[in-house]
Each structure stands twice: as C-alpha cells, then as structure tokens.
Design a protein around this ligand. Structure first.
Ligand code: NAP
Length: 326
C-alpha cells in the first residue's frame, strides 16, 4: 500500500481507503463488516470513512462494534464521520452546520462508535444559512476538546473552502485540511478544475468518493441490473437511472479491451485511474462483500501500469479532451 499526506496535514492516509455508505447495516452486518474491514486493513488500509447519516446512525454502530472485535491499536487507523443531514426532524437538527447541532452530533457519533475521539470530522455539505464563521468555531472547539483531531469539508465550493480557511487563519483556529469530493471516470470536472486553487494555494487534501460510480464502472450493470446489487436496494431508486444509462454503459464496455490488455478487472482499472491523480490523497472504496475488497485492493498494483498513452486512450473513451483537463 502507498501512503499519501492528507494535503499539508501531518497525517498520511492509505492511497485506498474504505467507507461504509449504503453497505453497513443495509447490506453488511457486524460480522460482514469485520471481514471486510480486516481484509482492507490487511491490505494496508488505515482510513475508514463513515457519517452520522449513513443508515440513520446504524452505520457508525456497526463500524464501532467491528472496531471492538478487531481490537486494532488505536494509533494504527483513522476513522471519520460527517455532519449535515442530521438524524431528527427538529427545526435546528437537520440540513444544518449550526454550532448546537455539530456539538450534539459529535457526542452522538462517539457514543455510537464507542470511541473517545474520531480522527476526522467533515461538514458533509455546505450550509448556506449558517455563517461559515460559526461552523469554523464549532469545528475548532470540537478539536480543542479532543473529540476529533482534524476537520474537512465535503462538496463545498472552492470559494466556501477558501472562506473557511481564511476565517480560521484570521482567528488562529484549526482550519479545514481536506475536501471529500466525488471523483470517478464520469465525474471529474469539479475535482480537476474548480478545486485546483485549493490544492495549489492552500495545500488542501482530498478523500474522494464513489470511485466506481456506485458500481457502474465495475461493468456489473452492462447486461441489466444484477440481483442484490446497489440498484436493487430499497431507498436507492434514485441511482437506478444512472446505473442503467445506455451512454454510460457503452463507455464502460469500451474500457473492457484496455482492462484485458492490462490483465486487470474493470474495477481495478477505474480505481487505478483515480489513484493516478496526484491531488488525490486517498480513494475511498466501498464494498458489499469481502471478495470485492480483495479485488479492489489490487488496484494499487495497476496504477503504475497506466502510462500517459493509456490515460489518453481512457480520456478519448470518456470524451475528455486534454485541454478540458488542463
Ligand atoms: N461525502 C460524500 O458525500 C460521500 C458520498 C458517497 C460516498 N462517500 C464515501 O465514499 C465511499 C465509497 O463510495 P461508494 O460506496 O459509492 O463507492 P463505489 O466504489 O462507487 O461503489 C461501491 C459499490 O460498488 C459495488 N462494488 C464495489 N466493488 C465491486 C467489485 N469489485 N465488483 C462488483 N461490484 C463492486 C458494491 O455495490 P453492490 O455490491 O451493492 O452492487 C459497492 O458497495 C462511501 O462508503 C463513503 O464512505 C461519501
């Protein structure tokens, strides 16, 4: 496994990490979580991603129970959670980054994880109605109290990120160190263009999500929706249209000869492509079964095989011209 600094922060994250969105509680019980987390850890993964909203808090409970069983040294892994959507309908309790909610949020998460602290907390989305200054102060206080060690943003605009960093700098507060953006062969525009300034000028890190576009890039949807896949799950109907999009599937099919040439699977090729971007600190992988973890972890061996010529071929399949990337 390769380890990369989380932007300018002192900690290093494994280039491939492991997250629990959709899967924990819905598809994986504690035993299955233990199996998958152990497979990831044995492959060198040191970062496990979660959020209070995943499975309404149950995802944190499952991961916490898995940590208990796995008995890993606390210094050997990093765990995160995120706040924004909330768990209740109260007026101050959802779609918000207000101080009250963030502080109640971290206390609830630590209880569900059965941990004294998490390593990273994220603002899961921007909140246009709470002043960024209030959010920055709350995140700073949570860190000062030792309940979290670093903080970051997820799907914030570059302008919002810069504003948070500048507020923190002005008041000598803990500043956010990383963004958690979507990044995969289909969705790269914001990552490569909008955020360039925050990587270059502010040394911001990135922990990227949905590297396989929810499974579409594995090729599993090429011949329809397979039984037990994410597209069949109750509550995830909104993903189905994308996962069965004919144009997207044609692009996935066009990647197949390239994967064959490289002697790897489509999943490994799609993950390896994410790893090639030097602004990616870690690619957060997802899996519903341990076999997927074993397969996906091998992507670190494929990344060095992606030459500039192969990357160009991939770009032409996905209809990206080099000048669009620059
Ligand atoms: N910050 C945010 O807003 C945000 C949003 C989304 C995700 N995330 C984070 O990013 C993590 C990864 O996102 P993601 O789960 O969407 O990642 P993904 O890699 O795009 O999709 C993972 C899913 O694809 C399928 N899959 C994975 N490997 C496979 C393989 N080798 N063969 C066949 N199928 C395979 C599995 O679903 P099935 O087996 O069910 O088909 C798996 O659960 C999440 O767990 C979460 O931590 C963050």
């Amino acid at each position: 496994m390769e380890y990369r600094h989380l932007g300018k922060a002192g900690i290093r994250v494994s280039a491939l990490s492991f997250g629990s969105w959709v899967t924990f509680h819905n598809q994986a019980d504690v035993q299955s979580a233990v199996e998958m987390m152990a497979a990831a850890y044995d492959a060198g993964v040191n970062f496990f991603d979660n959020a209070e909203a995943y499975a309404g808090g149950k995802s944190e409970e499952v991961m916490g129970a898995a940590f208990k069983q796995l008995k890993w040294r606390r210094g050997s892994f990093l765990v995160s959670t995120k706040f924004y959507w909330g768990l209740n309908d109260g007026v101050n309790e959802n779609h918000t980054l207000n101080r009250k909610r963030l502080i109640e949020g971290i206390n609830g998460s630590l209880e569900r994880f059965q941990l004294d602290y998490v390593d990273l907390i994220y603002c899961h989305r921007p909140d246009k109605t709470t002043p960024i200054e209030e959010t920055v102060w709350a995140m700073h206080n949570i860190i000062e109290w030792g309940k979290a060690l670093y903080w970051g943003t997820s799907e914030w605009s570059a302008a919002e990120i810069v504003s948070a960093i500048e507020i923190a700098n002005r008041h000598h507060l803990h500043k956010p160190v990383t963004e958690q953006p979507v990044y995969n062969l289909f969705e790269r525009h914001r990552f490569t263009r909008e955020y360039e300034r925050v990587y270059k000028e502010y040394g911001y890190g990135t922990t990227t999500w949905s590297p396989l576009a929810s499974g579409l890039l594995t090729g599993k949807y090429n011949a329809g929706i397979p039984q037990g896949s994410r597209a069949t799950l109750q509550g995830y109907d909104w993903l189905r249209e994308d996962l069965t999009n004919k144009e997207k599937i044609a692009k996935v099919q066009a990647l197949e000869p390239l994967a064959k040439e490289l002697g790897c699977t489509l999943s490994q090729l799609a993950l390896a492509w994410c790893l090639k971007n030097p602004y990616v600190s870690t690619v957060i992988t997802g899996a519903s079964r341990v076999e997927q973890v074993h397969e996906n972890m091998k992507a670190v061996e494929i990344a060095p095989m992606l030459t500039p010529e192969i990357l160009e071929q991939i770009d032409s399949i996905f209809g990206v011209k080099q000048e669009e990337e620059d």
